[in-house]
Design a protein around this ligand. Sequence first.
Ligand code: ATP
Ligand code: MG
Length: 384
Amino acid sequence: MMWKAAKRVIEKIEQAGFEAVFVGGAVRDFIIGQPNNDVDIATSALPAEIKAIFSETIDVGIEHGTVLVLDEGEPIEVTTYRTDGLYTDHRRPDTVTFVRNLEDDLARRDFTMNAMAMTRDGVIIDLYNGQEDIQHKVIRAVGQAEQRFKEDALRMMRAIRFSAQLGFTIESTTLSAIQSLAEQIQYVARERIHAELNKIWTSRFPVQGIAMLRQTTLNQFLQGTFVVADWKSFQTENPLVGWAYFYVLNEQEAFFSYYKCSNKEKEFAKQVAEAYGKLQAGWQVLDYFYYDIEVLNTAFDIALWREHEIALSKHEIALKKAQLPIATAQQLAISGRDVIEWAQKKGGPWLKTALDAALYAVLTRQVENNKEQLKEWFYDIYKG
Ligand code: ATP
Ligand code: MG
């Protein structure tokens, strides 16, 4: 358990004469009563002091004051209390200054629910009424909202992402600040936007994320259309599915590079869009063979989310897939070498055509998948 390892880390830092507390998402989620799988620790000790205390550490962001401590193999992030200097590029502070008191560190955090700390024995330090905001389910900027979003425009996306994850509303001053600064989202690296969108796709209330993107007008500064009604029933645990759906709703190639999508995301989305396009007419045996089950299931889900009438179920999709005579082209009982031998011809483009025909004949059960039968099929039917 993370908390236990993290408690040991805090104890060791305290024994060395420094302060250390839990901070950030783990404290927020503890108050909300939901699990969080990374526990962050903030400390008055400097990075070098932390490294002197623990035998196993990894520098993950030492310039920001973060050291990864490996406590009995469990990695725990320990970050020195710090304040941020000026943000001239709207993304990251020009300088960070390490400080010795927690209050200054909490003041640099984005939202009241994320600006709480907790001691090793469970005392909550809550200088911005984060607990009360959690109780009222609101996301509120720490300090002056406009200034906080001007410093770091990514916080605008984070506000929306948290509202989708938690089902919280954005407090009105905080919301107005985002509305007036929305265009500054262009300062944020697309990779960061991609990461926040991933969290919106896989959130509990994705439709709320889309609604908030519109309400804040952030959508006007992002590529693609965000239509609330499209996302009403959408739900997934897999960010790939979110990108596939977003692509089906937009169908613009340019969008993959704009959002810095990986090849895997792009390929999956394109396959899903293709399979989805064929679904109205009904999938044939070749479609069941060619598309992965995840692709078929996602295309089917999209049809449901878009309220198409489809006489099919996930169970039937799985059954169709399982009942295929062969699952992959490698399972075909003959090879190119066999066909060359039978045809007494040199290899060439004809060979692939013949093998494809054999594969099709097997998949449609015109012939059994064994060498003798395929040889007969080749001489009697294919070759004529
Ligand atoms: P999650 O549960 O999704 O990890 P989190 O709140 O822990 O959410 P992190 O990105 O892990 O988010 O950041 C940890 C903490 O660091 C936040 O809770 C917040 O206090 C602070 N933080 C992170 N990003 C920012 C930012 N852009 N501006 C200000 N504070 C931030
Ligand atoms: Mg976190």
